[in-house]
Design a protein around this ligand. Structure first.
Ligand code: 6PG
Length: 247
C-alpha cells in the first residue's frame, strides 16, 4: 500500500482537487479495463465534490464507463433527507440524468436492513462475477469518533472478514445502517478519504497515528493491500497532523 496525505486550504479547493484526481482514476480505469466502479461516500462532506463532477468536470468524465455503488447507507427511504442516495441524487444524478443502470443504491425498503445487506452483497457478486470486489475507487468520509463508512468504534462489524456488506448499528439516528466491510474496502485499487473541518482534526490525527487501534479508530484500519490510499484533507482538519509537509 502507498499512502499519501494531500492538504488543501479549504473544502472548496479540496473538492476541486479530488474531482481532478477522480478524473485521472476514472480515465485510467476505463482505458485499462473498459469501466470504472466507484463506491461512494455518504454524509455531507462529498456533496460539493459530487456537484463539481456534475458541472465543472462533467464534460471530461466518461460517464458511460462509470458504475456507482455506495460504501454505506442509512436504512431510511431513498427520499429521506438523511439518505446518502438522496444526497448523491440531488448533487449529481438530478443534474446529469444518468442511465439508472449506472447507479446501484443499497436497498432500504420492503425488507429488513439485515436482509438488505445480503441483497446488496448479491448485487456486488453479480457485478464482480463472484470475485471479491476490487473497486477502482472507494470514497470515504471520517466521523468525529473515527468511524468511516458505517464502521463504528467498538462494533462487531470491524471484525468481519468474510461478508462484503454487513448490517451495522450507528450510535446515533438513523441507527440501522449497511456498510461495505474491510475485506472489500481494503481490496480497492484506490481509496480516497475526504476530510474537512476543525471538528475532524482529532479523529484525523488518531487515524494517521502509527499503531492506532482500529477498535477506537476504525478509519485507521483502511489500508488497501494492493492499492493507493490518499487522505484528502483541508487545513482545518489537518490542524493536529504533524507529519510530512504539504506535497
Ligand atoms: C454516513 C457516512 C459516514 C460519513 C462520516 C462523515 O453515512 O454518514 O458514510 O461515514 O462519511 O460520518 O460525515 P460528514 O461528511 O457529514 O461529516
Amino acid at each position: 500500500m502507498r499512502r499519501w496525505l494531500r492538504i488543501r486550504p479549504d473544502l472548496e479547493d479540496l473538492s476541486h482537487a479530488v474531482a481532478a484526481a477522480m478524473l485521472e482514476v476514472v480515465t485510467a480505469a476505463a482505458a485499462d479495463h473498459g469501466h470504472c466502479s466507484i463506491a461512494l461516500a455518504g454524509g455531507a462532506t462529498p456533496r460539493q465534490l459530487y456537484q463539481l463532477l456534475a458541472t465543472r468536470y462533467s464534460k471530461e468524465m466518461p460517464w458511460r464507463h462509470l458504475r456507482f455503488f455506495f460504501g454505506d447507507e442509512r436504512y431510511v427511504p431513498a427520499d429521506d433527507p438523511r439518505s446518502n442516495y438522496r444526497m448523491f441524487k440531488e448533487a449529481l444524478l438530478d443534474r446529469l440524468h444518468l442511465a439508472p443502470t449506472l447507479v446501484y443504491p443499497m436497498p432500504t425498503v420492503d425488507t429488513d436492513y439485515r436482509e438488505a445487506a445480503l441483497m446488496y452483497e448479491a448485487t456486488l457478486r453479480e457485478h464482480f462475477e463472484g470475485y471479491l470486489p476490487r473497486f477502482d475507487l472507494v470514497l470515504l468520509g471520517l466521523g468525529e469518533d473515527g468511524h468511516t463508512a458505517s464502521l463504528f468504534p467498538g462494533s462487531a462489524v470491524l471484525d468481519e472478514t468474510v461478508r462484503w456488506v454487513a448490517p451495522s448499528l450507528a450510535p446515533e439516528e438513523p441507527q440501522r445502517r449497511m456498510t461495505l466491510t474491510y475485506p472489500v474496502i481494503n481490496h480497492a485499487a484506490n481509496v480516497f478519504f475526504l476530510v474537512s473541518g476543525q471538528r475532524k482534526a482529532g479523529a484525523l490525527r488518531r487515524a494517521l497515528q502509527d499503531g492506532a487501534d482500529p477498535m477506537e479508530a476504525p478509519a485507521a484500519a483502511v489500508r488497501p493491500t494492493n492499492g493507493e490510499l490518499v487522505w484528502w484533507v483541508d487545513e482545518a482538519a489537518a490542524t493536529h497532523v504533524r507529519f510530512p509537509p504539504k506535497e
